[in-house]
Design a protein around this ligand. Structure first.
Ligand code: PHE
Length: 339
């Protein structure tokens, strides 16, 4: 029995040594140490060994088992390490290869315009706030002096969710939220999406506005005009001209419409500005005292002014985009041209 055990050990170690891959190594393990293996068979049949030999044979068999196991795991480790090194050598990076080129992303033209406008406002001391795109009739209309059945509601085709809740038609809802929550004096600006039931090449059911609102003591139309003049100069350059037309919004009194030098023809007159040299940029006005009072601001002490540009049209004009839908389609061919 002793010789048989010695032979198993010698044989096993030789076989292990001969292995050249992990699969062969596993086969050796099964052959010697597996359930049907030679060593296992001896240990299983201990009963047949004379009692006086049994202890020694058992001990020797177990030692051999341990030796074979150690040899197997040593060889496995060695082979795994070799394989890893070989794989790594294969994966060597050839730094002399030409690069594939990194594709550069860019900000969406609406985001760019938005950022530019926000930067100007922040430098002028405005705080940027955001608020609900789904709001109640009260914030979108009622508290802005547009009661139910007021004809001014026809100016904005609204998308209602329930009788009382709608997609905001204007960022002016933020005027009310601001006046209710911030103590005057304050200057806020709110960029955001607005929604109207409107759909053609220059109107989309979703579009973007800003709302700027200043509430302070003794401020009025001339402060509003000065501020808009400053913003337009920062936005379009020092030589931009501004034109003011009377307008109507229920929440401002007086209400005005601001035009600026057409940025396509620089005032010479073109098809986009219909020969006038000016294009419409935004609605504005002095906050109606009734609106201040409805939101709990003392209109004897405080006054305010507001302006609310739509940005999609400006972006369309300056980038010569023929259809507003291009701004929302996420078509990479279009966006690449806007870089
Ligand atoms: N909310 C108005 C609109 O959507 C624009 C506006 C804002 C006018 C602020 C006056 C003051 O047409």
């Amino acid at each position: 029995m002793n010789e048989k055990l010695d032979a198993i050990l010698k044989n096993g170690l030789e076989e292990i040594e001969k292995c050249t891959d992990l699969k062969a190594l596993d086969e050796v393990r099964v052959r010697f140490l597996g359930k049907q293996g030679e060593l296992t068979a001896i240990l299983r049949n201990m009963k047949e060994i004379p009692p006086e030999e049994r202890k020694n044979v058992g001990m020797k068999a177990n030692t051999i088992r341990e030796k074979l196991e150690n040899a197997l795991s040593e060889k496995t480790n060695k082979m795994e390490e070799e394989k890893l090194l070989a794989d790594m050598a294969k994966e060597k990076i050839d730094i002399t290869m030409p690069s594939k080129g990194v594709k550069k992303g860019a900000l969406h033209p609406l985001t760019r315009f938005n950022n530019k406008f926000m930067d100007i406002c922040v430098e002028m001391g405005f705080t940027v706030i955001q608020g609900p795109e789904i709001d109640t009739d009260y914030y979108n209309f009622e508290a802005l002096n547009v009661p139910k059945n007021h004809p001014a509601r026809d100016m904005q085709d609204s998308l209602y969710i329930t009788d009382n809740i709608l997609m905001r038609t204007q960022t002016s809802n933020m005027q009310v939220h601001a006046m209710e929550t911030i103590k005057p004096p304050f200057k806020i600006v709110c960029p955001g999406r607005v929604y109207r039931n409107d759909d053609d090449s220059s109107h989309s059911p979703i579009f973007n506005q800003f709302e700027a609102l200043v509430v302070d003591e003794n401020i009025g139309l001339k402060d509003l005009m000065k501020m808009i003049d400053t913003i337009l100069k920062r936005l379009f350059g020092e030589d931009v001209k501004m034109r003011v037309r009377p307008s109507y919004f229920p929440f401002t009194e007086p209400s005005i419409e601001i035009d600026a030098t057409c940025q396509i023809c620089k005032g010479k007159g073109c098809s986009l500005c219909k020969g006038s040299g000016f294009s419409e940029v935004f609605g504005a006005g002095v906050v109606n005292p009734k609106v201040l009072e409805m939101s709990g601001i003392d209109s004897k002490k405080y006054s305010g002014f507001a302006f609310g540009p739509g940005i999609d049209r400006s972006v369309m004009i300056t980038n010569r985009i023929p259809n507003i839908k291009y701004l929302f389609r996420n078509d990479i061919r279009f966006l690449k041209q806007m870089r």
